[in-house]
Write a protein that binds this ligand. Structure first.
Ligand SMILES: *Cc1c(COP(=O)(O)O)cnc(C)c1O
Length: 384
């Protein structure tokens, strides 16, 4: 631990043991010959980009969303391959070549500019052609493919190192019919590439859910996001996996805990209101603990009067509205609570757990959003 955690009001702890356990689990699952690309976009799903990269020696490469994330990894000394998945402004394409990054290619404009730059510098640039197969987000559709096949044939400095697609409906259902359709579309498109003499060495489609429940999608690379951090993509993914592997134990360990400390304790009489809007009124003499965390930190305002935090191994309910920087919880039934006590907002304490999935349910969203919106400026401490 690099920082004195007693000086911190709000912080995250990232378990190295849990993270490495998860990577090892996925290595076992995919085998030694499939490239394991750790998706570390959005500050490694809130876990801390550089902290995760430093623990990810079990991953072969990284995927990020933005050029700036790729550059941050390089500046921090990580020399492994980095695939930039998201759009890159045309004016910045030069930096892709300078950084020797891999980039997703899906627009003609970028292709043309890349070829100009590569030709002017007599350097190659590695692209992964993104194919549209049914998600209708980024990607080259079947009609647009011929243009790219001609283009790549004519511009050998733009090297088609990879070809890939992304599933629309794999974690939201136990029914994989739509994923099957996408997989078929993908295979057809890859055949068209090969027929045109373009033979990318990397072929990939799988996110976490597909990696877990749809082995046919592994090809020779998987893009592993949320599950490397120890979370199932969804309940449906968990169920599908367990149906296929009835004897395997649950093999993922969440790596992230989010913590704060009791900053004030007070006794308030029965009938008192707590917080903005007077949305909670005490029904008994109540001991309130004030916590120095709020929605500005990512502790969502929709947790108001709903969430629990863990103190002294017990659950303490949030009372009243979450404020920008403060939250009040009821510790009347946990008499041992003292000023400065550690509080778990997300994670485990004793035999109690608050999961990201649970908080997501309270806020009407998914755990991906809960994690990525934990304020990026909060310290992330790697613990064993
Ligand atoms: C974010 C992302 C992933 C990772 O998805 P998970 O569900 O977190 O595993 C994979 N591929 C692409 C294109 C992505 O944008």
């Amino acid at each position: 631990m690099t920082m004195n955690q007693h000086a911190l009001n709000v912080w995250l702890e990232i378990s190295k043991q849990a993270y490495i356990h998860n990577l090892n689990f996925f290595r076992q699952l995919i085998g030694p010959d499939v490239e394991l690309a750790a998706v570390v976009k959005s500050n490694a799903y809130g876990h801390g980009l550089e902290q995760i990269a430093a623990m990810a020696s079990g991953a072969d490469s990284f995927c990020v969303h933005a050029l700036t994330e790729a550059q941050q990894l390089r500046q921090a000394g990580f020399s492994r391959d980095i695939l930039i998945l998201g759009p890159i402004p045309i004016e910045d394409l030069e930096q892709v070549i300078a950084g020797d990054f891999r980039m997703a290619l899906f627009t003609r404009e970028s292709a043309i500019r890349l070829a100009e730059l590569a030709h002017a510098q007599q350097r190659t640039v590695r692209i992964h052609l993104k194919l549209e197969t049914g998600t209708h987000r980024q990607g080259v559709d079947a009609d647009g493919l011929d243009w790219f096949l001609d283009f790549l044939t004519q511009h050998p400095l733009v090297v088609a190192e990879g070809v890939y697609t992304h599933f629309a409906n794999i974690e939201d259902t136990t029914d994989h019919d739509y994923a099957e359709v996408q997989l078929t579309n993908f295979k057809h498109a890859v055949e068209r590439l090969r027929a045109a003499g373009i033979n990318p060495s990397k072929c990939h489609a799988a996110c976490s859910a597909a990696t877990l429940v749809f082995p046919e999608t592994h090809f020779n690379m998987v893009r592993l996001g949320i599950s490397q951090y120890g979370l199932w993509s969804s309940k449906e993914t968990y169920l599908s996996y367990r149906l296929e592997h009835p004897d395997a134990s649950a093999n993922l360990q969440p790596a992230l805990s989010w913590k704060t400390r009791v900053s004030q304790l007070k006794q308030v009489p029965a009938g008192s209101y707590v917080g903005y809007g007077c949305t909670y009124q005490t029904t008994r003499s109540t001991r309130i603990a004030v916590l120095p965390v709020g929605y500005a930190d990512g502790y969502d305002r929709r947790f108001s009067n709903q969430a629990h935090v863990l103190i002294g191994g017990n659950r303490a309910p949030v009372r009243g509205r979450i404020c920008m920087n403060l939250t009040m919880v009821d510790v009347t039934d946990i008499p041992t609570v003292a000023l400065g006590d550690e509080v778990v907002l997300l994670g485990r304490q004793g035999d109690q757990t608050v999961t990201a999935e649970h908080l997501a349910n309270l806020a009407g969203t998914i755990h991906y959003e809960i994690l990525t919106r934990i304020n990026w400026d909060l310290p992330r401490l790697v613990v064993d």
